[in-house]
Design a protein around this ligand. Structure first.
Ligand code: TPP
Ligand code: MG
Length: 278
C-alpha cells in the first residue's frame, strides 16, 4: 500500500510538471483520479505494457473523460508503456502526447481517442462484448467524469449494458461534484447518481477515491461481483485537485496551468519519490 501511495505521489508530481511545462492542460481531475488510476495500473488490472491494440487475454481500460490525459500518460509511462522522458513533450507540437488522447499518434496504451465526452462507455461495452465473444475471461474498466454524465449517450449505454448483461464491465464515475464551469449541481443537477445506476439495473458500489486502501478494496470487490449478469458501477468520491491544497475542491483548476510560483508551491506538497522525476 505504501508503494502504491508513493507511485500516486510521483504521478501527481508528473501531472503538475507536465501541465506547467505546456502552460496548458487539466490538473484538477487528473490529480483527483490519481489514486484510482495508480491502483488500476499497478495492482488491479491484468495488462501488458508491450502494447497490443487488440488486448488479447488482458484487461482493458477506457478513459472516457479524456481531458485528464496528464494522469493517463503518466500512469502509462510509469507502468512501462513508453519512456517517462516523453512526458516532457506533453501538448508540444508533433508530440505523441496530445492534449486529449488520440490513436493517430500510436502512443502505446491508447486504444481510443477521447475528450469528446460521452463516448467511452459505449466503446467499453463494445470491448467487453468482444471479450465475451472471444471466450476471454478478462475485464473492461472505464472512467467517466460526473459532468460527463450530462451527455445523453452515456444513458443509452447504461441502458444497453444492463439489458445485454454486460457483466464483465466495471465503470467508475469520478463524483467530484465539479465540472468545467462550476459545481455540477449548478450546471446540471445530477441528483443521486448511485440511485440512477441502481434504477437502470447495474450493481453499484461507492468509495472514497482518495483513500488508497478503500480504492483497492472496492476495486477487488467490484471484480468479485463480475460474471453475475449485471454491469458494475463505482461511484468514486474524489476531491478535484487532490494533493495540492490551493487546487483542491474547486472547478477553478479544471483546466488551467500553474505558473512558476504555483508549481513550486505544488511540488513542495508532493515530495519527489525514489521513482524520480522524468
Ligand atoms: C461532447 C463535449 N462537450 C463539451 C466538452 C467540454 N468539456 C470539457 S471538460 C468538461 C466538463 C466535464 O466535467 P467532468 O466530467 O465532471 O470533469 P472534471 O471537470 O471533474 O474533470 C466539458 C463540458 C467536451 N469535451 N465534450
Ligand atoms: Mg467532475
Amino acid at each position: 500500500m505504501t508503494e502504491l501511495i508513493s507511485i500516486a505521489t510521483q504521478i501527481r508530481r508528473d501531472i503538475v510538471r507536465m501541465v506547467h511545462g505546456a502552460s496548458s492542460g487539466h490538473p484538477g481531475g487528473s490529480l483527483g483520479c490519481a489514486d484510482f488510476l495508480t491502483a488500476l495500473y499497478f495492482k488491479i488490472m491484468k495488462h501488458n505494457p508491450s502494447f497490443n491494440m487488440d488486448a488479447p487475454n488482458e484487461d482493458v481500460f477506457i478513459l472516457s473523460n479524456g481531458h485528464i490525459s496528464p494522469l493517463y500518460y503518466s500512469a502509462l509511462a510509469r507502468s512501462g508503456y513508453f519512456d517517462i522522458k516523453e512526458l516532457a513533450t506533453f501538448r508540444k507540437l508533433n508530440s505523441r502526447l496530445q492534449g486529449h488522447p488520440a490513436t493517430h499518434e500510436h502512443l502505446p496504451g491508447i486504444r481510443i481517442a477521447s475528450g469528446s465526452l460521452g463516448q467511452g462507455m459505449s466503446v467499453a461495452i463494445g470491448a467487453a462484448l468482444s471479450k465475451k465473444l472471444n471466450g476471454e475471461e478478462n475485464l473492461v474498466f472505464s472512467l467517466h467524469g460526473d459532468g460527463e454524465l450530462d451527455e445523453g449517450q452515456i444513458w443509452e449505454a447504461v441502458l444497453f449494458a444492463a439489458h445485454h448483461k454486460v457483466d464483465n464491465l466495471i465503470s467508475t464515475i469520478d463524483w467530484n461534484g465539479q465540472q468545467i464551469d462550476g459545481p455540477t449541481e449548478k450546471v446540471m443537477n445530477l441528483g443521486n447518481i448511485r440511485q440512477k445506476f441502481d434504477a437502470f439495473g447495474w450493481t453499484t458500489l461507492e468509495m472514497n477515491g482518495n483513500d488508497m486502501d478503500e480504492v483497492v478494496a472496492t476495486l477487488e470487490k467490484a471484480k468479485s461481483l463480475t460474471g453475475q449478469g449485471k454491469p458494475i458501477a463505482i461511484m468514486m468520491h474524489t476531491s478535484m485537485g487532490k494533493g495540492v491544497d490551493f487546487m483542491e475542491g474547486t472547478h477553478e483548476w479544471h483546466g488551467i496551468a500553474p505558473n512558476d510560483e504555483q508549481l513550486a508551491r505544488a511540488l513542495k506538497q508532493l515530495p519527489e519519490t525514489t521513482l524520480g522525476d522524468y
